[in-house]
Design a protein around this ligand. Sequence first.
Ligand code: GUN
Length: 282
Amino acid sequence: MDTQLLDGKKLAQKMQAEMKERVSLLKEKGIIPGLTVILVGEDKASQVYVRNKERQAKQAGINSQVIRLPEETSQVDLIKQVEQLNQDSTVHGILVQLPLPKHIDEQTVLLSIAYEKDVDGFHPMNMGNFFLGNDGALPCTPYGIMKLLAEYDISLEGKRAVVIGRSNIVGKPMAVMLMNEHATVTIAHSRTQDLKALAKQADILVVAIGRGHFITGDDIKEGAVVVDVGMNRNDEGKLIGDVDTESVKGIASYVTPVPGGVGPMTITMLLDQTIQKAEELN
Ligand code: GUN
């Protein structure tokens, strides 16, 4: 079977070109979309993610600002910072980069963000509205994956989808989005018995387990659509996915590469939701 790559980089570029137009229209009305990212501490991966977000936001014409706070910042001080941004009318989107240092309670901080400015879709109000099928910001990674599947006209209706990973920011919302498109969804995780046998039944396999090259060609069904959310470093420091992409080629119908698959879509959806917040002011 010919395996096609789901090119997230290409779709991200296309969407970002459209975003520039949207930002130009807003600027004509005197509105500049503003995104503020708060990064606490020195987490290496987070530093890379935040730099990428800032660069791409600027390219789209968004007024992007990063507030870097030291590791020892108290929860109270972090929340004060968030509350200041909640009040700032030039800021349309607020994102607190996760993970936070251990002494800070993530859920308390996410709850302190004005939910109207939560462009990550992590605020309990937005999570709740999403689960109920109401409007609001969506978690960017699964949202980006849905856009990518739609771009390639991949039909989900009646298909068997297996999501490996149960995190609040990927696995859980991914499962609901696939279900909303009429897939039959199973959520699996590191403690699932016979995990690989289950993976092999999937027409649509989303892998977000955080283990480099965990899924290989032996673990997938002929013709499966394989979505790789993994961002792992191998022994040589190279970025690798949770799927051994080379080994699924010839078996899968589609696979997302790493890098260049899911990653660029996550940032794109963040920018999209930030611009949408500014558009909603009209
Ligand atoms: N950490 C890893 N991914 C994300 C993300 O999409 N948003 C935030 N805020 N933190 C993250």
